[in-house]
Design a protein around this ligand. Sequence first.
Ligand SMILES: Nc1ncnc2c1ncn2[C@@H]1O[C@H](COP(=O)(O)OP(=O)(O)O)[C@@H](O)[C@H]1O
Ligand SMILES: O=P(O)(O)OC[C@H](O)CO
Length: 504
Amino acid sequence: MADYIIAIDQGTTSSRAIIFDKKGSIVATGQKEHEQILPKAGWVEHDAAEIWRNVQEVIGLALGRADLTRHDIAAVGITNQRETAVVWDKNTGKPIYNAIVWQDTRTQEIVDRLAADGGVERFKPVVGLPLATYFSGTKIAWILENVEGAREKAEAGDLLFGTTDCWVLWNLTGGADGGVHATDVTNASRTMFMDLETLEWRDDILEAFGVPRSMMPEIRSSSEVYGTAESSSLLRETPIAGILGDQQAATFGQAAFQTGESKNTYGTGCFLIFNTGEEVVHSKNGLLTTVGYKLGDGPTHYALEGSIAVTGSLIQWLRDQLGIISSAPEVEKLAEQVEDNGGVYIVPAFSGLFAPYWRPDARGAIVGLTRYANKNHIARAALEAVAFQTRDVLDAVNADAGVDLTELKVDGGMVANDALMQFQADVLGVPVVRPVVAETTALGAAYAAGLAVGFWNGLDDLSANWQEDKRWEPSMDEAERDRQLRLWRKAVTKSMDWVDEDVK
Ligand SMILES: Nc1ncnc2c1ncn2[C@@H]1O[C@H](COP(=O)(O)OP(=O)(O)O)[C@@H](O)[C@H]1O
Ligand SMILES: O=P(O)(O)OC[C@H](O)CO
């Protein structure tokens, strides 16, 4: 058997291809950012055609850097930004509109319309999700209602929907020339349309959203052979054998396979996932219920999730919109030049507030400003906002689980930031632990693909690969932690109730 697995990580900010060996170590990486298209306040789009071009390019980069060919690759795993909706014409292979990204809030009116009959929790007992702009369902509905000719084409069976895993799989397996139109259970669980118990699309919910079932991909497990790469691909004939939404992939890559295990990933947003085993658990504290993973014909593993919309993207905002840093890592230097936040708190409710608040009416707020405040305080407050939001989610997980987590496994682009990780341990009051391979998202997809083709024999092989790299112990005294949390929560209340009829 070939000695490597390649994982394609189609993220919000960039697409990566990462080649792993049997130990789960990274052999080579290719990465390319794609454009963030921001046509109006609250709108976030990606060009799906650009994403597919980038995916092909990064596969070439990774293979080239490792000096490997497709013959060295046993299988391909795919992981992806979840919820982001691509709708394309199955005859031409062209998207009929830009992909509407998970952070996009344009569909609030559709949410309100659907919620008018039964409230935002109307479908939650079946799909685990409240009605919110975050999930794919209202994004598909928006495209069908607003793109000229889309409704007719959809009714005629000419349009396909997919999250970006499905878009990449379809293209990689031949596109309009016989591409496989499938997604996995974890991605399907983020659409609003999948029944968590039966793992099938719900016709009544599709109908309520006005989405024809013919657009929907087949729902498959997270680890099985979906198809092989088509003949013009650098990976031709290689089996595509694993798909997991990126947060579930990170949980899998952290080897958090058992009930009660968890992880928090710090990327564009932050996502804490808590494994609830084979049981569907409904949150009483603002968390989502989602599928964790399903390997082939094996049992379905479920999870509770605390999704935070804006964390790394707040650092991008400091860089791109305010211009106070020229690269993301610079934020740490800036923040460390002051002893504290100078009384400044940032609530980055750019897309409203997600877990555990679910307040679409919230917008970003910077509070506590005095003339003393400077860019260093803003940088510090931005990092602190990431940690405070995670604390709010962890409180919800602890309340739902009925036990307190004793440490937090972390990963993602932001965990390179020492100041943030130390502050995170301080405001949580529990240690924060980073594994050697912090690219757990890609690793999780590689694991799913490798298990399907016998590259790894079972979960024990994967657990044996997990190794601790660094641990941050809490060092803040309790009174100071309580004071900071009180001020943070006061700041959160200031961001709420902002959007009304005049403010979009
Ligand atoms: N050293 C750093 N300090 C703070 N934020 C960082 C640092 N390095 C990267 N980031 C942020 O992390 C994000 C990238 O992380 P990544 O895991 O690649 O995200 P994604 O998978 O969402 O594309 C970006 O939003 C960037 O602003
Ligand atoms: O691409 P990321 O890492 O920001 O993850 C996005 C999430 O999947 C959105 O739910």
